[in-house]
Design a protein around this ligand. Sequence first.
Ligand code: ATP
Ligand code: MG
Length: 650
Amino acid sequence: VRTNRPGLLDGLDPEQRAAAVAPRGPVCVLAGAGTGKTRTITHRIAHLIRSGHVSPGQVLAVTFTTRAAGEMRTRLRTLGVEGAQALTFHAAARRQLRYFWPRVIGDRPWDLLEGKLRLVGQAANKVGLGIEAEVLRDLASEIEWAKASLISPDDYPATAVRVQRDTPGTPQQVAEVYRAYEKVKNSAQVLDFDDLLLHTTAVLEEHGEVAREFRDRYRCFIVDEYQDVTPLQQRLLDAWLGGRDDLTVVGDANQTIYSFGGASPRPLLEFTRRFPEATVVRLERDYRSTPQVVELANKVIGAARNRPAGSRLRLIGQRSPGPEPRFAEFDDEPTEAAAVAARVRALLDAGVAASEIAILYRINAQSEAYEQALSEVGIPYLVRGGERFFDRREIRQAMSSLRVAAADPPPTELVTAVRAVLARVGLTDQPPSGGAAKERWDALLSLVEVAEELAATVEGADLPRYVAELEQRAAAQHPPTVEGVTLASLHAAKGLEWDAVFLVGLAEGTMPILHADGDDEAIEEERRLFYVGVTRAREHLWLSWALSRHPGGRRHRRRSRFLYGLLPEHHPAARVPRSQSGKNGPKPRCRVCGGPLLETMEIKLGRCGRCPSTLDEDLLDRLKEWRITRAKELKVPPFVVFTDATLIAI
Ligand code: ATP
Ligand code: MG
């Protein structure tokens, strides 16, 4: 047994350490956002390896999103761990299946299905159902739900009725489309994402020899974000374990955000029933966020209904205080986006790194306004930062062209040669103006930067040497850095953190999403999603919404119900007492009619709400000041109002 290098566990608190050093066997960490769950498991992996209890190749750590898996790998690398796998369930299954396939199924594995909706469309056509894009999307997600929940086409109708699914068509029709879809897909010899998991599970369950070999190799399993496990993923996990119990799970039931897709926090909450001898650790200290952010997060999740036992944890902030979370209401979306871009610019100017800033939204379609606003002020951003660099389509294309070129390297040496090859796969001289094209351009440009770096550091570096360097980086998952502000959906942001987070579009209809309205469970899932968003921020947290979509449009939107109780207006104590005075003196009054002034609209429009008189600068300033002091006095977040992207009151 090798000795433990000193210092590894120094960065953990006593509870985290207890989980990190627990003997091999079942371990469960139940804790809120930012309490160090991911940190604890990465340290546990490092500790088990360093102390010789397990070798890196025997470890399989899994999580749910590509970004979160990337984050785990980064943290493991920082701890000096090489060779332990940290993947999404799908990536792990895909890799295993590629290995199993020729041995038990034959030939080379089927390709991954591209263009799922087209196939669902074919199936729907066969069944005689409508094929509008929206219906197809609903059908596709219903099929995904069924597969993730281990429900066959035969069982679908009864189950859908029992759990009251909102089905696109009758349950029988959906079942028929599901059946037809499987048939078309199989005859085309392609696999969808769920098939990766289903087939891998089936191989392990049905082929004893393969299973024995697999279990001989992988001995130590870790699952992050376990609150979002689906029955299908659980079944795969059980197939991996094969009756063993060397399993560490960590999760937060308050962050279950995939239950619409079949996920459930139940396996997390019932872990100790399954493994009564498990080491159980609860964490409450929040190391990620300022006390102000933590306080807001506690309020958000405190308002949740039907929280299961075991999920009622309160976060206790550990960091020193930071800026107050800010709230901002705008007339329309472009104004909101422009104001956010202006704030991002201010943060960048203040020295915050672009990679430490994120703009998070409910649905991907919201990104467009932000892409445009950021492009207009020349701020680089990444929309699909979750994808692994070397898995990006343009990078795969570039790599294959580079390999071809390297087989017969041109005499020009290195940077020129690389540029010439990349020009053929889309690297233009000037960057495209924005959007996905600009992102692809940036990714390709970073390959040029690697060439420049190599040319500067390695004498006589040529194309073959360069390709070897890239391949090495790809194997080590060590991508060149593409710097930029992150634009991501709340779902994709899970498990991650940034110094500054902008939660945008917090209006009814987008947050919560329209189709959740009237469905209590769906609303609670939206609330958890909001909680996930709030808890991504280390320091700066901005929450904003717009009252209409387009400039000059009818301002018919309402701010999100989740803001209730967070904004000063809704704070019971924030109602101005009858005396109209706080500690900071009497409320300013209109110079003409003498009526008390306070309303946001009065500040915003610069007019008295009672008489038609215009408020002068001096009075407006006093009014804003009064508001700020009052908010401080009541210990509520100050309310921000923007006009034309200018901050007029904090
Ligand atoms: P989430 O639920 O959002 O996934 P988490 O519980 O996994 O959160 P981590 O991401 O592991 O939390 O940790 C949050 C932040 O707090 C990280 O920046 C981490 O490095 C830091 N942190 C965790 N524990 C400690 C500690 N004991 N001392 C200092 N910093 C810590
Ligand atoms: Mg985590």
